[in-house]
Design a protein around this ligand. Structure first.
Ligand code: XMP
Length: 511
């Protein structure tokens, strides 16, 4: 529920895919936000007493059977409201206006002309601006007392409002980056219309989450699967603050981690008030992987073995809560918000049916990656851990082409370590960089002798979304240094190549 000491903006959810983004924008303007179902009782809203309410978009048509609605009373509470897309249609419908299908639907970026630049929500916005639209219905007749503020070529009422009642609505999505002045419009609604104080900080978020965790968990124990990645580490850190001594972190060391990584994860949590269990499962994983060269088969084996090891360890904690570092993009990609699966994440979708756990604790579920990193820094986690580059779940298995053996993994680990050290020393900007041990051996010469050793590949990409990537133009001096160090210091490598393909056509990882 809402914090008493801070102003809250409630985001009422009518099924739109951007509800968390709206809540995030509100947080960015230093206001506490809370997402609630569109049909939340008016009494509950009165208790929360928000300084503003935002109605999200949604996939429905407002006249359609089963379309989510609200009570007319919502608009009579005297609380400022901003309706977005479906939220605009709902406001119109509930207040006696008319919504009808567009002659021409608008999808994508659309030019909007602001007709009333004196309107509070369009303060500091140019007369001609660009917005993101995605709608097949539009407002045909505004409710009484409303005034149109903007139009597009195909949508005569692209924004409207009743300044006296502090009710505003926009057909476009101010919460997305593609709406050029979206931030200004959000800020105008919050600061000019709702009159927010803007004093909500990350410390308040931490205090709020800690209370929520305590309330949910009570005196029960909590078990968290810790991978050493950013999300699970930050999750562990906030849980430790909330419920010290009730938390067990299980770290499955698969033997497929980078050099020293297992020890670093352990060290990061050594001084914390939690029970840290490191399961040394290297032998189990390498035995299962022996002789396997096909990449998808490797992934499957690792995934299954991981679940098995975790279940064995966590079975000692029946009657506990299971905590997960699920973050908002995981929820979106798994299709829980829209029904469209982009990529299935093993840690999304609730507890399995036959579980011994009594519930799920997911304190980061509403956050985006950069917010998780900020939270981690605030909780005092090591910079190196918080800013860690992504590392695939199956670990070095996807970077060790061909058969996986301890010996080959050690070659890869040592080479990768040198490469990363030199890139960091030279401060080359990369989104992700790593070494790949190929299964190809070539002839070389060292001293007076012939060698027949592996080809090692270096990869470095710049990317923000990891869906597309470009290879990085690493300075030749840095490549020289890396190459000479690896061939001199790592036994088993006699030739080094640099991967100069982007994604597409290649992928970031080799397997
Ligand atoms: P690709 O190779 O598909 O990688 O261009 C895109 C991003 O995803 C990471 N990656 C994985 N992460 N399990 C993961 O958790 C996997 O199986 C996996 N494969 C690739 C990769 O490191 C890059 O950041």
């Amino acid at each position: 529920m809402a914090k008493n000491s801070h102003q809250t903006v409630v985001v009422l959810d009518f099924g739109g895919q951007y509800k968390e983004l709206i809540a995030r924008r509100v947080r960015e303007f230093k206001v506490h936000s809370q997402i609630l179902a569109g049909d939340t009782p008016i009494e509950t809203l009165k208790e929360i007493n928000p300084v503003g309410i935002i109605l999200t978009g949604g996939p429905h048509s407002v006249y359609e059977d089963g379309a989510p609605r609200t009570k007319r009373e919502l608009f009579e509470l005297g609380i400022p409201i901003l309706g977005i897309c479906y939220g605009m249609h709902l406001m119109t419908y509930m207040l006696g206006g008319e919504v009808k299908p567009c002659d021409v639907s608008e999808y994508g970026t659309v030019n909007v002309t602001v007709d009333d630049v004196t309107s509070e929500i369009f303060a500091d916005v140019e007369r001609d601006t660009v917005t993101l639209m995605s709608h097949t219905d539009r407002v045909a007749k505004m409710p009484e007392g409303f005034k149109a503020f903007a139009h597009t070529a195909d949508c005569p009422i692209a924004a409207m409002g009743n300044a006296d009642k502090k009710l505003y609505a926009v057909q476009f999505h101010p919460e997305v980056e593609r709406t050029k002045r979206g931030n200004t419009i959000m800020s105008n609604f919050l600061y000019r219309v709702c009159g927010v104080e803007g004093d909500y900080t990350i410390d308040d978020f931490i205090a709020y989450e800690i209370e929520e965790i305590k309330k949910q968990v009570g005196d029960k124990q909590v078990v968290l699967g810790l991978s050493g990645g950013v999300d699970s580490s930050v999750c562990a850190a906030i849980l430790e603050k909330a419920i010290p001594n009730q938390l067990t972190c299980i770290f499955v060391d698969t033997g497929l981690m980078r050099k020293n990584e297992g020890d670093e994860v352990e060290a990061a949590f050594a001084d914390k008030q939690l029970n840290f269990v490191r399961v040394d499962a290297e032998k189990r994983f390498l035995t299962k992987l022996a002789g396997v060269t096909e990449p998808e088969r490797k992934r499957k084996i690792i995934g299954e073995e991981f679940v098995r090891v975790f279940e064995e360890e966590s079975s000692k904690f029946a009657g506990s809560f299971l905590a997960q570092g699920t973050i908002y993009p995981d929820v979106v990609e798994s299709g829980l918000t829209t029904g469209a699966v982009i990529k299935s994440h093993h840690n999304v979708g609730g507890l399995p049916k036959d579980t011994k756990f009594i519930g799920l604790v997911e304190p980061l579920r509403a956050l985006f990656k950069d917010e998780v990193r900020e939270l981690g820094r605030k909780l005092g986690l090591d910079k190196k851990l918080v800013e860690r580059q992504p590392f695939p779940g199956p670990g070095l298995a996807v970077r060790c082409i061909g058969e996986i053996t301890k010996e080959r993994l050690d070659i890869l680990r040592d080479a990768d370590y040198i490469y990363r050290e030199e890139i960091e020393k030279a401060e080359v900007k990369c989104g992700q960089y790593f070494a790949v041990l190929t299964d190809m051996r070539t002839v070389g010469v060292m001293g007076d002798g012939r060698t027949y050793n592996y080809v090692l590949a270096l990869r470095a990409v710049s990317t923000t979304d990891f869906m597309t990537a470009e290879y990085v133009h690493i300075p030749y001096e840095v490549l020289d240094k890396v190459s000479s160090r690896i061939v001199n210091e790592v036994k088993g490598v006699s030739r080094i190549v640099y991967d100069i393909t982007g994604k597409p056509p290649a992928t970031i990882e080799w397997e």
